[in-house]
Ligand binder design. Sequence first.
Ligand code: FES
Length: 120
Amino acid sequence: MMLTENDVVLCHVDDLKEGDTKGFLENEAGQDLLFVVKFNDEFYGWRNACPHVNNAPMAWRKDAYMDAKKQHVACHAHGALFEPGSGLCIQGPCLGKTLEKVPVYVNSIGMVSILLTDIN
Ligand code: FES
């Protein structure tokens, strides 16, 4: 896959181990716009915006978007848990709501990217 001006390269597949998350595109307030999770050998991108309270940021520290068991994405504000692959909230105050997906692409040499048009 050729990269175009519309591609934003985030990292390489080797930068995340199974169950890892990593945040990207930090704003002036130090909050990531989005994060990527590696789960069951797939890569998923989600906006760092909890559907519970005004799209609040979710990590308790940089790149910490998972629960302790590395099975669910967690919002550390009020403890909501989300499925890493579907973004669905399965426990907590926003039960049944879903994180906003940012489609993630992996090319033939393992670069993980998103499209600029998907985040504007
Ligand atoms: S802001 Fe995420 S659970 Fe409350």
